[in-house]
Write a protein that binds this ligand. Structure first.
Ligand SMILES: Nc1ncnc2c1ncn2[C@@H]1O[C@H](COP(=O)(O)OP(=O)(O)O)[C@@H](O)[C@H]1O
Ligand SMILES: [Mg+2]
Length: 291
């Protein structure tokens, strides 16, 4: 029997219910670690507040309270990871939270991604738009497609648009990306320990005026199988610490480009559209990490 620590804010979300079912079926146990319940005694290198010490920790949700909280949680999880195996690796969670850190990481790992620029200067954004005509504008930290826009050079008043983006989302920073037009949508592959669990395609709803295919933005999901996509996902996952990821790709000509590593992914829609269970392989993977 393995005691799995479930690091999350919720006690009864889809993920938690799915994990609980899998744990019961496989004869293991769960202890909840509420994100705010830990106390970190820095001088004694001790973290207390755990109901009982788990054999392995699954970071199911990091929370979105603030950057300070995220920073603290990442550091404390890194500390816990010194003595307890932790999935995913807190370092990669920290990288994947930030689009700036992610694009730099992907580039260093030679993982193909859309061309990306980062600048604080609105004039630079405008000159990039003169060259590229349209670009995707993103904030450093976003999820569910919030704050992600396609900006076009022909827009009547680019300076006010950039000012609006900056105040509402970018906080002075512009992350720009080549727009990869993929009429068939984008692709999400779930990977556990370098094995593909399954993949889905996410398409914009016909009525959408946005470019984001996230399900929160009305994107429509369907099961998708493609050997080349599987290969691309395995190649990416081999460059990451072993773990459980949702890898998002777009396709340009015949090449899959990585848009994003989701390191605390949900799987309710994935299970609904693929009928592929995620809880069981995930719990099997977690328990395999316990010596
Ligand atoms: N460079 C791009 N070209 C085309 N579409 C993009 C691009 N970047 C993002 N998108 C669309 O926006 C969605 C959200 O972008 P993403 O970078 O994954 O941010 P989030 O973390 O908010 O999900 C993607 O799933 C995709 O549909
Ligand atoms: Mg995304």
């Amino acid at each position: 029997m393995v005691l799995i620590g479930l690091y999350d804010k919720f006690l009864n979300s889809y993920k938690i219910r799915s994990m609980k079912e899998a744990v019961e079926e496989l004869g293991h146990e769960i202890v909840h670690i509420r994100q705010w319940s830990l106390i970190w005694e820095i001088n004694n290198c001790k973290i207390s507040g755990l109901e009982s010490a788990p054999d392995v920790i699954y970071i199911s949700n990091m929370g979105r309270e603030s950057n300070q909280i995220a920073n603290y949680r990442i550091h404390s999880l890194k500390e816990l990871n010194k003595t307890i195996p932790t999935i995913n690796n807190p370092k990669i969670i920290s990288i994947s939270r930030s689009k700036i850190a992610s694009t730099i990481f992907l580039n260093n790992k030679n993982i193909a991604q859309p061309k990306t620029w980062i600048t604080e200067k609105p004039e630079e954004v405008i000159s990039l738009l003169e060259e590229h005509k349209k670009l995707v504008l993103k904030p450093d930290v976003s999820s569910r497609g919030e704050g992600i826009f396609l900006v076009k050079q022909e827009h009547d008043d680019l300076y006010s648009l950039l000012d609006y983006f900056s105040r509402k989302y970018g906080q002075g920073l512009f992350l720009l990306q080549e727009f990869i037009s993929s009429p068939d949508g984008d692709y999400r592959v779930l990977v556990i320990d370098n094995e593909v669990i399954g993949s889905v395609r996410r398409k914009l709803s016909a009525k959408s005026s946005r470019i984001t295919t996230n399900s929160f933005q009305g994107g429509q999901m369907s099961k998708y199988e493609d050997d080349e996509l599987t290969e691309a996902a395995i190649a990416v996952s081999k460059r990451l610490p072993s773990g459980f990821y949702a890898l998002d790709f777009v396709k340009q000509d015949s090449q899959f480009l990585l848009l994003e590593i989701n390191s605390c992914p949900g799987w309710s829609s994935f299970e609904k559209f693929t009928q592929i269970p995620v809880g069981i392989p995930l719990v099997n993977f977690l328990s395999s990490l316990v010596k």
